[in-house]
Design a protein around this ligand. Sequence first.
Ligand code: SF4
Length: 324
Amino acid sequence: MTDMCKLEEKNMSAIDLVSEINRLRRERKAVILAHNYQLPEVQDIADFVGDSLGLSQQAAKTQAEVIVFCGVHFMAETASILSPTKTVLIPDLGAGCSLAQSITAEELMKWKVEHPGATVVSYVNTTAEVKALSDYCCTSGNAVKVVESIPREQEILFLPDRYLGQYVETVAKRPLHIWGGACHVHAKILDEEMETARLAHPDADILVHPECGCSTTCMLKSLHQTSGQKMFIYSTEGMLKHVEKSDAKEFLIATEVGIIHRLHKQFPDRRFYPLSPNAVCEYMKMITLPKVYETLRDMKFEVKVEASLAAKARLPVERMITIV
Ligand code: SF4
């Protein structure tokens, strides 16, 4: 039975659903965190909407007893690592991440053996087991700064995203060993799509997430601005900051389409176009309002990282939220 059928069966309107979520949120002393890629209606009921870094910071400092994480599984795990005494819930346990699945703890252990003494920098899109084997975690928003904080002579293993790795390598101007993983949504955003969209919106600023398949070409273009059009590589929060200070009226956005809702809401006088309308993460879209309601009602599904594993993963994650 679909979420909407269940809703109809209970004869609960969307308005009732939102008021029930609000009632339960107060009753459970819960905070609702939503990622920028969540469905618009989920973003609208959240206490905080942001990227992985922003949400991790909120999870670390919240006074709430319960964290409802509207995002994917590794994000809820990160919240549990940072707030071990809180109850962390995810509305759908199936909300995974192809990028986080692209490296296992066993594969990382093998890679470390091949590079003894190397420092491991893991993108936050990894499992708790991989984080526990890492020296630093980072997000797309602070990956360059994290790498720059490590002595230049130190060998670095960067994982799992190859596009983000190439971006960091170029901007930080130092060689990295880069794992070959990728996000199936961002990897599909390619140069050809960029060219078509660019020609259709010649006055738009182009904002590209470093996980995108086109990011390497875009990075070169942004460094040299060969097309005459302004092109920038940003995390999702970086995109919002850019729009705030830009004079442009139109923006082409190369990342998962969910961010467009927040951009429209925050900047109603500007126009935003997804560079690839098909860049939709089916995992992020698994979280729906009825599921958020059921999560709060039934206090399901808890994501709890086992204590000894969480203790090992905490230092790299804490480094990530302090290097901004
Ligand atoms: S958009 Fe890609 S990186 Fe983000 S959650 Fe979905 S699969 Fe993972």
